[in-house]
Design a protein around this ligand. Structure first.
Ligand code: IDP
Length: 151
């Protein structure tokens, strides 16, 4: 089993899409292991988006990520990192395929509904950045046999 981070961005809260987006991950069969609303800060975004520090849109991106609280979620499943990333779709909503979250709900390169971890290594780092250990819950899923029977 893998755990991965999903952030529901301010655009998702503003557009009333929080429940709908979480519902997609639940319906796919991912176990919700942690969830909280939090106000991001300059410091956490400097870490989280360190790979974009030189980009012209860095300041605007950080301001937009602080414009309202976000919802941080930890989802768990077999190959959860890649499954969740594929569900999100391409970064730019206009390039994202229909059927993906970005492809179904947005038209923007920046206001693109969700952040998802891009590798298992980064998922571990990012979950530790956004959650305390006691905020991730290891309860038993009752439907694993139906989700993964032959795996
Ligand atoms: P990802 O979110 O698909 O993993 P990253 O390249 O890590 O993509 O970029 C992080 C976030 O920065 C994107 O989700 C998007 O909000 C924003 N972003 C990326 N590229 C651009 C751009 O060219 N213009 C404006 N915002 C961008």
């Amino acid at each position: 089993m893998e755990k991965t981070l999903v952030l529901l961005k301010p655009c998702t809260l503003q557009r009333g899409l929080v429940g709908e987006v979480i519902n997609r991950f639940e319906k796919r069969g991912l176990r919700l292991a942690g969830m909280k609303m939090m106000q991001l800060t300059d410091a956490i975004l400097d870490e989280h988006y360190a790979h974009l520090r030189e980009k012209s849109f860095f300041r605007i991106l950080k301001d937009s990520m602080m414009s309202t609280p976000v919802i941080a979620c930890c989802f768990e499943g077999i190959e959860a990192v890649n499954v969740v990333r594929a569900m999100a779709g391409a970064t730019n909503g206009r390039n994202a395929l229909p059927g993906t979250i970005r492809g179904d709900y947005c038209m923007s390169n920046q206001q693109n509904i969700v952040h998802t971890s891009d590798s298992l290594e980064n998922a571990k780092i990012e979950l530790a950045r956004f959650f305390k250990p006691e905020e991730i819950f290891e309860y038993e899923s009752s439907n694993l046999g139906y989700l993964y029977a032959l795996d």
